[in-house]
Design a protein. Structure first.
Length: 222
């Protein structure tokens, strides 16, 4: 038996309820998939049809979003001071990202807006606020992709991002966490009672892999 000490990584404690919920979803998605594969494995080789039940898969798919939402709310309630600090950090870095977006838009306008009558108009594709939100999501997605290819490179890229003052490490990690969780939930959301049993089982396992990746990201403490 391993004893959990207070000096364990802060993010692992901050997201403890979510990590536990995601770990259960990894277990449940795998168990639901076993419910399809096990009857097939137990059937005689000459049996032409095997009865399997999709109900466990559909139950996991229906409950997953609510399980995740409840766990997030519990973590926020357990750490109100941390939640307040994160909100303050978000306001500060959001302003920095907005300023960066405005500067980038000004450069774009200077490069592509004509001086003569009949100018191109320079209509911005995104407002600074939209660009600021998008930048954080993209940073999280980039970290998640890099983490799967080269964890050390992912950390180096994250440290470079944090140095700009537009992000905190927690924000990028949380954005990556959100992406991994959302991918798993979207896979389950596509399941229907009429789904092919084999494809449903594979989707369950795919969702489980996303949830396992989310657990890894939620446990990172830099």
């Amino acid at each position: 038996m391993t004893t959990f000490h207070p000096e364990a990584p802060a993010r692992r404690r901050r997201h403890a309820r979510l990590i536990a919920a995601l770990a259960r979803l990894v277990r449940d998605t795998a168990g639901a998939a076993v419910g399809v594969y096990e009857p097939i494995a137990a059937a005689p080789p000459d049996q032409t049809g095997v009865t399997v039940h999709l109900l466990p898969i559909m139950q996991v798919a229906a409950a997953a979003r609510y399980i995740v939402d409840a766990a997030r709310a519990e973590d926020t309630g357990r750490w109100p001071a941390v939640a307040t600090r994160e909100a303050d950090d978000h306001r500060r870095t959001f302003a920095a990202r907005c300023a960066a977006a405005e500067a980038e838009d000004a450069i774009w306008q200077a490069q592509f807006t004509e001086d003569s009558d009949g100018a191109l108009g320079g209509l911005a594709l995104f407002t600074p606020s939209q660009a600021a939100h998008s930048a954080l999501v993209e940073a999280g997605e980039a970290f998640l992709a890099a983490l799967q290819d080269d964890p050390q490179e992912a950390v180096s890229q994250l440290q470079e991002l944090v140095a700009t003052g537009e992000f905190t490490a927690e924000q990028v990690l949380d954005a990556a966490l959100d992406t991994a969780v959302l991918c798993g939930l979207l896979v389950l959301q596509e399941l229907r009672p009429s789904s092919d049993a084999g494809m449903a089982a594979e989707s369950c396992l795919a969702a489980g892999r996303y949830f396992a990746l989310a657990v890894s990201v939620a446990s990172i403490d830099l």
